[in-house]
Design a protein around this ligand. Structure first.
Ligand SMILES: C[S@@+](CC[C@H](N)C(=O)[O-])C[C@H]1O[C@@H](n2cnc3c(N)ncnc32)[C@H](O)[C@@H]1O
Length: 372
């Protein structure tokens, strides 16, 4: 029988193995499982045991679990133990990798009838020591600073650092998910309100658009294609430019290449765009010069005062949820300073009191803010 022993938060365990793998043997198996869940297996006589853990990212996690499980079962079989005879338990995995827990649990329940479940969740890094002979697994937990680690669980203030965002894959999880044509209401606003207003008010001025916090850039290419198409359809002759910035330099550098793996649903929905503005081969789209020439990528922290001004629209999508009211207010002030009038701003969740204080009006139809 596997038994769990949870240490107090100030207690720790000795040096550990780390990463993705199967640790197999007799005696103490020491593994630094970080924010990932671990699967523990033990022969009924305790002569041998295993810890299986993967710190692989989203797209390869499931495959790595399948591979590791196959490897570990072969090891037990070579020692004469059938899967059905093994004791099994799982534990660990932080709040932000809940989906890993769910997947591992599904696989483990299918493979082992007697799966025991230990503590998991929370904002913790964990290390374990699995004593195969006694079946005792000792767990040490270290509280993570969400700001250094997983911004998805953070409530960042202006004073907080943003290492979790700027350093990309700190801890393997970062809230930088993005996709093509994501914020539907803003495309509608562009077509029905923002571009018509620009063409009416300042038809000869360049149309400047800012994708603030563009992540890997799918958003910037989406807006560039959409604006290009909408201006062309309107017979407009004004130049346009999409400025696309993010705090994460790695993402920004990747975005410049203009090459993306696209999902089946992206292809079904946006094939015409991909083929018009790039080349689509299999599941890869590569944007061409024709559209790249309208986009300027750069790194920029939203806490800084923008140097560039005159934007007709700023879109800062799926970012405000990670920040506190003080930071949201500061970012909004920065956007207001960067837009021309009337200027359109999309930011996601904000308090009505903040909008009143900043003199912004909400265009409910598009969920867009108007600076007049
Ligand atoms: C969830 S993604 C959203 C990407 C895109 N806007 C979208 O909606 O698909 C959040 C992005 O915000 C960026 N970010 C977070 N804090 C930032 C800051 N202070 N300055 C600039 N970018 C920031 C992150 O690096 C990440 O790429």
């Amino acid at each position: 029988m596997i038994r769990f022993k949870l240490l107090a938060e100030h207690e720790s365990l000795p040096a550990h193995n780390k990463g993705t793998g199967v640790w197999f043997g007799a005696g103490a198996l020491n593994v630094d499982i970080g924010q990932n869940p671990v699967l523990l297996l033990r022969s009924p006589d305790g002569s041998v045991g295993a810890a299986l853990c993967s710190n692989d990212a989203a797209n390869s996690y499931k495959q790595s679990i399948d591979d590791l499980l196959k490897t570990v079962l072969e090891k037990f079989e070579r020692k004469g133990f059938q899967p059905s005879s093994l004791e099994s338990a799982m534990l660990g995995g932080a709040e932000n990798s809940k989906w890993k827990w769910v997947h591992l649990q599904k696989i483990a329940k299918k493979a082992f009838a007697n799966l025991q479940e230990g503590e998991n969740g929370g904002l913790y890094y964990r290390t374990i020591s699995f004593e195969t002979k006694s079946g005792v697994v000792t767990v040490a937990r270290k509280k993570a600073n969400p700001n250094d680690w997983n911004p998805a669980s953070a409530n960042l203030s202006l004073e907080s650092g943003t290492k979790g965002f700027s350093e990309g894959n700190a801890g393997g999880v970062v809230a930088n998910a993005t996709r093509f044509f994501r914020q539907e209401s803003t495309f509608k606003a562009l077509r029905e309100e923002v571009i018509p207003t620009h063409l009416r008010e300042t038809p000869d001025q360049p149309f400047l658009f800012w994708s603030a916090a563009c992540s890997a850039g799918a958003e910037a290419y989406s807006y560039a294609m959409y604006i290009h198409r909408t201006l062309a359809r309107a017979g407009a002759t004004c130049p346009f430019r999409v400025y696309a910035t993010d705090i994460n330099q790695t993402l920004v550098e990747g975005a410049k290449s203009g090459e993306y793996k696209v999902s089946k649903s992206d292809i079904a929905n946006f094939k015409a765009y991909f083929q018009r503005y790039g080349t689509l081969e299999g599941d890869t789209v590569v944007f061409g010069k024709e559209i790249k020439q309208f986009i300027t990528f750069g790194t920029f922290d939203l806490k800084q005062r923008p140097r560039k001004t005159g934007f007709r629209m700023v879109v800062c999508a799926n970012v405000f949820q990670y920040y506190d009211d003080d930071a949201r207010m500061h970012f909004l002030e920065n956007f207001i300073s960067a837009v021309t009038r009337p200027g359109y701003i999309f930011v996601g969740p904000t308090r009505d009191s903040t909008l009143r204080e900043l003199g912004l009006r909400k265009l409910a139809k598009y969920n867009v803010l108007l600076a007049e």
